[in-house]
Design a protein around this ligand. Structure first.
Ligand code: PGA
Length: 250
């Protein structure tokens, strides 16, 4: 059975007090046993979130990290720094990092390697832009992202990888991929993992959907056979809507 996962990507939202307030709301909720839940606050609040959630099933993830272990990289944060404050999961390859911070497939491959060396779990984001969707080459775009950033890893590393399909045109836009569009892409992703590695690795990797997931559409999206959960932006900033999404699996 593949792991069901819902991860909240808080992006550059919530100062310390707001982080604590949202965590308090979330901590009152019962987390269903079959769902792994993550929240990804800003760097400055990771340690606090980890301490606050110490006896709680919600785990903490980082939104990014640098590929080097240490050095003269002003403003950056390393894998060792994250693990030293209890953070063992990192989101890499988010389209906002790719678009606004020029993170390309080769750089992301380095980040994946560094995270794995530090025994972290990677939630790796892939997805096409609106133009690529319109041009009809979205399978190729996503395949290339995987080939150039993830498919160099060894079979034994796959238990540390979660994939997140996030069509760029659906992120923060209110526009969601239809459940059929999500399923089509997720099935494709699983099939290329199977042909590059093994059926068993493809069967075991959780593939999340991200892009305007809301309580109203989560059940239908999560109901698709190859969708194993979601990476949630806007709707994760409110405890009630996030929990409705966490509880959307049927
Ligand atoms: P959204 O963001 O849910 O606000 O569309 C998703 C994401 O960027 O991971």
């Amino acid at each position: 059975m593949r792991k069901k996962i819902v991860a909240g990507n808080w992006k550059m939202n919530n100062d310390l007090a707001e982080t604590e307030a949202l965590l308090q709301e979330l901590k009152k909720q019962v987390i269903p046993e079959q769902v792994s839940v993550f929240v990804a606050p800003a760097y400055t609040n990771l340690q606090h979130a980890f301490e606050s959630l110490r006896d709680h099933p919600i785990a903490v993830a980082a939104q990014n990290m640098h590929q080097s272990d240490h050095g003269a990289f002003t403003g950056e944060v390393s894998a060792a720094m994250l693990t030293s404050v209890g953070v063992k999961t990192v989101i890499l390859g988010h389209s906002e990092r790719r678009a606004y911070f020029a993170e390309d497939n080769a750089l992301l491959a380095e980040k994946v390697n560094t995270a794995l060396q530090h025994e972290m779990t990677v939630i790796f984001c892939i997805g096409e832009t609106l133009q690529e969707r319109k041009e009809g080459n979205y399978f190729e775009v996503v395949t290339k992202q995987l080939e150039e950033s993830v498919f160099h890893i060894s079979e034994k590393d796959w238990p540390h990888i979660v994939l997140a399909y996030e069509p760029v045109w659906a992120i923060g836009t209110g526009e969601t991929a239809s459940p059929q569009q999500a399923q089509e892409m997720h099935e494709k992703i699983r099939s290329i993992v199977a042909s590059t590695y093994t059926e068993s690795i493809a069967d075991s990797v959780s593939i999340l959907y991200g892009g305007s997931v809301k309580p109203e559409n989560a059940t239908e999206i999560f109901g698709q056979p190859d969708v194993d959960g979601g990476l949630i932006g806007g709707a994760s900033l409110n405890a009630q809507s996030f929990m409705e999404i966490v509880n959307a699996f049927v």
